[in-house]
Design a protein around this ligand. Sequence first.
Ligand code: CO
Length: 172
Amino acid sequence: MASLLKIYTFPDPILKQPALEVQQFDEALASFCEDMFYTMYESKGLGLAATQVGILKRVVVVDLNSGDLELPPEPLIFINPKIIEKTGETVFEEGCLSVVDFRGEVTRADKIVLEYQDLRGQRQILEADELKSICIQHEIDHLNGVLFIDRLPPLKQKMVKKRLRKQALAAL
Ligand code: CO
């Protein structure tokens, strides 16, 4: 039975911490990924990084069909993901389970080549574009302690963070 994990939200300082490489590909890792999927589906997110649930390990789960009941689930797990090639540029309005009630346009690479390990520790290569590419880049940012709001233009970023800090205080 999978458990629902607590999702940390801005401005929690854990979200700024860099995550560490996974070394052990064991049963505990597989079960943690199940909990991450369960938490992501319950929250209707397209992706979730371990950092967001307070675990500083380089683990990301993605399902672009999450939240759409018409589409079959397409769960993807990326352990120790690393972008080895980036091309082009694309702008997309992003949101994040760790950033409550705000969406904003972010510029990212259009296409990426990703190197990662699967649950058994096998090295894999994936080419991604469009939403999959954007989502993977967003999740890898989390592993490096970066939120999409950190990629907004400076003035906008300042305004948005101020508002989000106020909201977070009001919610206490
Ligand atoms: Co996010």
